[in-house]
Ligand binder design. Structure first.
Ligand code: UFG
Length: 338
């Protein structure tokens, strides 16, 4: 079966391409490379032992999507393509609403026109804001979302709910990702942040590699056991496999309209300092770090209740944080050598 992967050259998208191929699907990438690197295709080819099928085009265009749907028999779509920088989204809100919401609408319209019902949407734990109760369940009331990026995820979910409520022939799942980290164990693909990384793990690996002088831990005065923020870090290959489980679930459903939301995480909170210590252990390298000010917009703690995805999709994370950090470090070392 052919699965169209928009944003398939990105971090989570490229790992999902591998997981789909391992599960017997044929992934077809649609990516305009505006925020990804063509080297990803070479990495994918090394792992898959063949070139992945790729349309280097923008999925915001109805004519591009129509052409892809005419040329390929597509059984389902996994929609990753979106802008994802929280900071930039506050500076350029229209760019984010236009791209993230606009492309979802065009995609849905074109899928319905071509009788393709199955869609997995990339959502985010950001829709929870700072939840009052932890771990967060899918029906935990959403708190105010801190960024335009977060709004685009929340609005995307609402669009899907509304289309399904109107009884359109749509079978859709939103996956709310917690914090994806790590890389493929082959080190042929991994995270490729442009410029200075915003996220913790690429910052850690670049510091260990000597590219950055020091990691700043953003705040040690949070109401958490060691004062640093708690997050639910999940290996990107586990997250990739959750997409496969979600697609397999949709393909088995007979009803014309389905809409479901699932958390995807490990189900436990790990602090920034614990992550630093674990990295030092797996890499055997002390990490130069200091405690700094809080980063505006950060929530103190968020981690997932993963019972719904375990029960309904039969998926749970298999890889520990140690393994994710080892894979991220191996990937960074490969990058540094080239
Ligand atoms: N952190 C540091 N130093 C750094 C970078 C991060 O201490 O240099 C800390 C942050 O303060 C936070 C933790 O590491 O406590 C994780 O930060 P990330 O930036 O890696 O991840 P976030 O939880 O902030 O962001 C993630 C996703 C976003 C999403 C956001 C909100 O990457 O896409 O969750 O749910 F919007």
């Amino acid at each position: 079966m052919n699965i169209l992967v928009t944003g398939g050259a990105g971090f989570i998208g490229s790992h999902t391409v591998i997981a789909l191929a391992e599960a017997g699907f044929t992934p077809i990438i649609l990516d305009d490379f505006s925020n990804s690197d063509r080297r990803v295709l070479r990495g994918l080819e090394k792992i898959l032992k063949q070139q992945p099928h790729c349309y280097a085009e923008n999925c915001h265009s109805p004519s591009v999507l129509s052409r892809v749907f005419r040329e390929q028999k597509i059984d389902g779509v996994i929609h990753f393509a979106a802008f994802k920088s929280v900071g930039e989204s506050m500076q350029e809100p229209l760019k984010y609403y236009d791209n993230n919401i606009g492309s979802l609408i065009v995609l849905l319209q074109t899928m319905l026109e071509h009788d393709i019902p199955n869609l997995i949407f990339s959502s985010s734990a950001t829709v929870y804001g700072q939840p009052n109760v932890l771990p967060v369940k899918e029906d935990t009331p959403e708190q105010p979302v801190a960024s335009v990026y977060g709004h685009t995820k929340l609005i995307g979910e609402e669009i899907l709910r509304d289309v399904a409520a109107a009884q359109k022939p749509l079978k859709a799942i939103s996956l709310r990702y917690f914090n994806p980290i790590g890389a493929h164990p082959s080190a042929h693909i991994g995270e490729l942040p442009l410029g200075v990384p915003n996220n913790l793990v690429p910052f850690i690996t670049q510091t260990a590699a000597g590219i950055r002088p020091m990691l700043t831990v953003f705040g040690q005065d949070y109401p958490t056991p060691d004062g640093t923020c708690l997050r639910d870090y999940i290996h990107v290959m586990d997250l990739a496999e959750a997409h496969v489980a979600a697609m397999q679930y949709l393909l088995k459903q007979n009803g014309p309209t389905i809409y479901e939301v699932f958390n995807v995480g490990m189900g436990r909170g790990v602090s920034v300092l614990e992550l630093v210590k674990t990295f030092e252990m797996v890499s055997g390298k002390p990490l130069n770090h200091r405690i700094g000010e809080r980063r505006p917009g950060d929530v103190a703690a968020v981690y997932a209740d993963v019972s719904k995805i375990r029960t309904q999709l039969g998926w749970s994370a298999k890889r520990e944080v140690e393994e994710a950090l080892r894979d991220a470090w191996r990937w960074q070392q490969c990058l540094s050598q080239h």
